[in-house]
Design a protein around this ligand. Structure first.
Ligand code: MLT
Length: 411
């Protein structure tokens, strides 16, 4: 007998979208060694960690080198000193009450949004907005919740909620009942946001239908407009039906350093086959204590420095810097007649491809003619076809240069 694989993996697209792009860009660079390629594909930040963070980070590393201050395993859920800062700065000012045992510090919102599905039964119906951050879909494919992909590019058992120009990228409530709903707002990839009233419709739906919302708020720091909620718990009743994911990656430059957190309120319940309620907080805690040993002490110290007055000032400067790039991208592309969305409450700009071009054709045009890399919308789901995403996370100089090159193309 030979070892059997998890055949659900065979249902996946061969490559994760960002790996596919990397391969294509590497090949292009190999064939064109002189091309000065500007990367605006994956949403990776370019500004260094704030000084306030680095200072505390290195002091914590020093502590680990002295026998008096050395620390071994920390609490799997995270250190109190970081949780206290999170509650004090991210939730209390918005009128949200959370306790420390509702918080789970982790090494990334990508990991948590991918892993959270483990605590849910395989029979649940999963809904995703379309286009969508591919991790939500792929992690459910791996688990066996989606069935195979149909000819229309959709996994047969997933419920897709199209977000396109036709509905201003605002997801409409599903017309068939769904159990798990992934929402990411401000949205990756479309860059659009939901108002409180729009998000409330989803919370109400989840309460009426016993659904759970998995709310990815990784980009909340980019919100500039007043009526956009930063946390789903700003909506009444959300504590009963929502799990929220947050990250230090995009607001404070931790994409390489890795620190994030997930909120699982005590009220959120799932049910066993006999209809008995079970606390999802307890299940996630059980999962994390078994499979995760916590984020390293120096990194949690570094993350807590984000909340110092100096840290807050520095991260605001970075966010403003990226948002200036976003407005440069919006203005330049609009001025050459492209239809652009996002970039107001988000670092992503979602562009309608010109003419009849599909996403990969526009990707190839930008790469070949302008040496600029975007992410083809189709990589985020079937409704992403005909769009391309650019990030505002490159440097100002590169963003301006990229816009200059794109403006000279005949499109
Ligand atoms: C993206 O480009 O969509 C994000 O960078 C991916 C991520 O945060 O994992």
């Amino acid at each position: 007998m030979a070892v059997k694989i998890n055949e659900n993996y065979l249902l996946l697209e061969s490559n994760y979208i960002f790996s596919e792009i990397n391969q294509r860009v590497d090949k292009y660079q190999e064939d064109n060694p002189d091309a000065d390629i500007i990367l605006m594909g994956i949403g990776d930040v370019t500004r260094p960690l704030p000084e306030a963070v680095i200072e505390k980070f290195s002091a914590a590393v020093d502590e680990m080198g002295k026998k008096e201050t050395f620390r071994g395993y920390g609490p799997e859920q995270g250190y109190d000193f970081l949780m206290e800062q999170i509650i004090k700065h991210d939730y209390t000012p918005r009128g949200i009450t959370l306790s420390k045992d509702e918080l789970f510090i982790s090494d990334g919102a990508k990991c948590d949004t991918g892993n959270i599905q483990e605590i849910f039964g395989l029979g649940n119906t999963v809904a995703v907005t379309d286009p969508v951050y591919p991790v939500y879909v792929d992690s459910n494919v791996m688990a066996g919740r989606t069935g195979p992909m149909g000819e229309n590019g959709r996994y047969q058992k997933l419920v897709y909620i199209p977000c396109t120009e036709d509905n201003d990228f605002v997801p409409e409530l599903p017309d068939t009942p769904v159990d798990l709903i992934y929402l990411c707002f401000p949205n990756n990839p479309t860059g659009t946001a939901l108002t409180k009233a729009q998000l409330k419709e989803w919370v109400d739906y989840a309460r009426e239908n016993n659904s759970i919302i998995l709310f990815d708020a990784a980009y909340e720091a980019y919100i500039t407009e007043d009526n956009i909620p930063h946390s789903i718990y700003e909506i009444e009743g959300a504590r009963e039906v929502a799990i929220e994911f947050r990250s230090f990656s995009k607001n404070a430059g931790f994409t390489g350093t890795r620190c994030a957190y997930t909120v699982v309120p005590k009220e959120v319940m799932g049910f066993d086959s006999e209809g008995n309620p079970h606390s999802l907080n307890a299940l996630w805690n059980r999962r994390q204590t078994t499979k995760f040993n916590g984020v390293s002490y120096p990194i949690q110290v570094a993350a807590s420095a984000v909340y110092s007055p100096e840290g807050q000032k520095e991260i605001k400067e970075s966010i403003d810097y990226y948002m200036k790039n976003a407005s440069i991208i919006r203005e330049n592309l609009s001025s050459i007649g492209l239809r652009v969305y996002g970039g107001i409450n988000s670092p992503y700009i979602w562009i309608k491809t010109p003419g009849d071009m599909d996403s990969w054709q526009f990707f190839d045009l930008l790469l070949n003619e302008a040496h600029v890399v975007g992410t083809p919308g189709i990589g985020f789901g079937p409704s992403g076809e005909g769009y391309l995403r650019l990030t505002a996370f490159n440097t100002l100089e590169n963003t301006e240069e990229a816009m200059d090159r794109i403006s000279k193309l005949s499109i």
